[in-house]
Design a protein around this ligand. Structure first.
Ligand code: FES
Length: 102
């Protein structure tokens, strides 16, 4: 069997997915838990459809019948300085409101 990478982020091959299916995985979430496909940096944006296609092919289902796996949106760290301007603006608005009440 050829070594075709389906999930580049987690280096999961088509063979890994097929092994997961042979070991009892039947859904995209189960394949994800068995292999980590879809848990990488892109959170499955690149590989999700391919994983679903393989599951559909191997289980004889239509792709529309494969429940997509859960995913989290990619999170990036944000420096606190990014909020400084936001806080400065809200303080100014607060002062404007206080003066408006006088
Ligand atoms: S390619 Fe699979 S999580 Fe990014």
């Amino acid at each position: 069997m050829s070594e075709v990478y389906i999930c580049r982020c987690e280096e999961v091959t088509e063979e890994d997915i097929e092994r997961a299916l042979q070991n009892g995985a039947t859904t995209a979430d189960e394949v994800k838990r068995f292999t980590r496909a879809g848990m990488g940096l892109c959170q499955g944006r690149t590989c999700r459809k391919s994983v679903e296609r393989i599951i559909a092919q191997r289980t004889g289902k239509e792709i529309k019948d494969i429940t997509p796996s859960n995913y989290r949106y990619p999170v990036r760290t944000v420096k606190m300085s990014a909020f400084e301007e936001e806080m400065d603006n809200s303080e100014k608005e607060e002062q404007i409101c206080k003066h408006g009440e006088d």
